[in-house]
Design a protein. Sequence first.
Length: 326
Amino acid sequence: MKISIALATFNGEGYIQEQLQSFLDQTRLPDEVVISDDASTDGTMEIVRHFQESAPFAVKVIQGRGRQGFVANFNRALEATTGDLVFLSDQDDVWFPNKLEAMEATANAQERAWLLMCDAALVDHDLAEAGFSKLDQIESAGLTLEYHAMGCCCAIRRDFLELAMPIPANFKSHDLWLVRIADGLGRKHVYRAALQYYRRHGNNASQGPTSVLTRVTRLEHQRVSFLKRWTGRATWIAEARLQVRYAHMLRWGVLRAARRCSDGCAQELVGLAQRLERVGCNLETRVQLRGKPRPYRIPGIISVWWSGGYGPFNGWKSAASDLLLR
């Protein structure tokens, strides 16, 4: 099995050297590393070029001429890879020496999985450990493995990449595009061991309630979520409209993948596209309901409920929010 690493960089001189060194320290070295840079203005490219010259494996460097954003940057990196198993890499993490070896073995054992994910230990900018992992935070908050969607933990099969690429540059993130498709088909596998550090330094591109360096509890997560919904009607509506847009974009990508699929997975992909269409339509209905006086919302809420439309959200909690919140 040929292994590639797709690394996207932008002004990462403060941390990237440690990540590149962790590639060199792997018990199973990669066959190639593709580094795409989004027009860095610091010393990132100098570090990358030195790595390219000295690494004992192939290193391909793609240097952007203008800022295009991290999704387009990862697109460039992924499209230039040639491996059978492709790992996504951020510039500011550090991988444990056995990451590639362990994930390759997992891929060989989990033949049906299109996308595989490991866990990650949360650390601060100096790699001081918080004492818990990303999966610890997700489960402590009472969330499911569906919420584990970090690209830096992903390994992706070539066949899946050819179906799913390219990722629209205006989609929310490259990792959500890939993880949501794989997860929607039951083709994501989570290897529960932490195989890397997930560095939190305050300037990370990714943010979220389960990525903080303080322990998350179910009660606190529910409290913060409720307060956000109660006080932030305009914010919720704006976010919901974005989610509708993303659901429709993802549906389009899944249908494109179905047309490319040469075996029985085409039917699975069409079924996922239909589910995504229902999610988008139900969310549009929920946005419209929030603009009505509370008594007039009830028929619409009942209609969404009986169609199973609250299932992809938070069930009765979302229905209650649609009825009670401003």
